[in-house]
Design a binder for this molecule. Structure first.
Ligand SMILES: [Fe+2]
Length: 347
């Protein structure tokens, strides 16, 4: 059994994963409310929240499962993320590993997201991997916007990424311009319901097939200029149209680029992961795209779209060649770790 630990940003999370039985339990303490007043994640505050959260979280796990009991290893996020936050998770993991005499392995948080659409698969059935690889993945969050290929050996190659804002950041910033409190993305989606998503012609960047990159900064600027030209009453009257048009421009950009890549080679499945994957409009548009292109659509479950420890424990099982070792107590944090940057030695 694997104990997963996640602390890279503003979620303190633990998970117990048994490869033969599946997920036995997951425990999360979100810090969103603590950071909301500041309009974004405050690193020092996040560190002190993690510090306060992990002992009670471990206590909750201990009340349900004997610890260490059948736990045979610990998987902990070692990057990317906020330095102090990563440090708290690593300290918890290394201390428990020493006390319990079991290995600690570092997991690339982005690879956790990348594998999260597969978490519902039966690991004992190897056929399923063959049926779904090569796989095209879209990872969308507040810090990342990436398209990647996962080959038959489950190795990952980045095909396209954003040159400026991540899509989650763009949705939050657009929300802020529209008077929505941080984090604005989810509320923007609610306000967009019933609005005309073609009412305002916001730009979609890099439409050409050979431009394998994303950009969202022009979209945000376009919304700013549009709002500056409108009277307050007009903004009020057309509020749902503004929200729907803005959200639609961001989603269209993701869908268009995904379609272009899906047509370049024979993928067997298309996956969606990361915090923005909980946007229902995006999920349904990508499912439609997958059906049109004849590939299986795999979206991370809603509870596994944001940062969570289950995806870290899961990656420690299905991505074993790419873990970071704690041999000789050498495991440390890697704040700017990239999706295609892997550890090679596991213990
Ligand atoms: Fe994340």
């Amino acid at each position: 059994m694997i104990l997963g630990i996640e602390s890279s940003c503003d979620e303190s999370a633990l998970s117990l994963f048994d490869p033969a039985q599946g997920f036995l339990g997951e425990w999360v303490r979100s810090q969103i409310k603590s950071h909301a007043d500041y309009g974004g994640v405050v690193p020092d505050l996040a560190v002190s929240e993690h510090l306060a959260n992990f002992t009670p979280l471990l206590d909750l796990v201990r009340r349900k499962y004997e610890m260490p009991g059948r736990v045979s290893r610990i998987a902990v996020t070692c990057g990317p993320g906020l330095i102090g936050c990563l440090g708290i998770g690593l300290s918890v993991a290394k201390t428990l590993g020493l006390l319990w005499g079991i290995p600690v392995q570092g997991v690339n948080h982005l690879r956790g997201h990348a594998f999260s659409p597969f978490m519902g698969l039966d690991l004992t059935d190897d056929r399923r991997w063959e049926d779904l690889l090569p796989h095209l993945g879209l990872l969308v969050s507040g810090g990342n916007t990436l398209l990647f290929r996962m080959d038959n050996e489950r190795e990952i190659e980045v095909l396209a990424k954003t040159v400026d804002d991540a899509v989650g950041e763009a949705l939050d910033k657009g929300g802020k311009l529209l008077g929505i409190a941080y984090p604005g993305g989810a509320e923007l989606e609610r306000k967009a319901r019933g609005g005309d998503d073609r009412a305002f012609p916001f730009p979609r960047a890099f439409p050409a097939r050979n431009e394998m990159k994303f950009s969202f900064s022009g979209l945000k600027t376009s919304l700013l200029y549009t709002l500056q030209k409108m009277e307050e009453e007009e903004i009020e009257n057309r509020y749902a149209d503004l929200c729907a048009s803005y959200q639609s421009a961001a989603i269209d950009h993701l869908v268009n680029k995904s379609r272009q890549v899906l047509r370049t080679e024979q993928f067997k499945s298309f996956g969606l992961s990361g915090g923005v994957a909980n946007n229902k409009v995006l999920r349904s548009k990508l499912e439609e795209l997958s059906n049109d292109e004849g590939v299986d659509f795999l979206a991370a479950e809603m509870r596994h779209t944001g940062d969570n420890a289950s995806m870290i424990a899961y990656a420690a099982e299905v991505d074993q060649n790419n873990l970071w070792s704690n041999q000789n107590d050498q495991l440390s944090f890697k704040p700017s770790l990239r999706l295609d940057e892997c550890g090679r030695v596991s213990n």
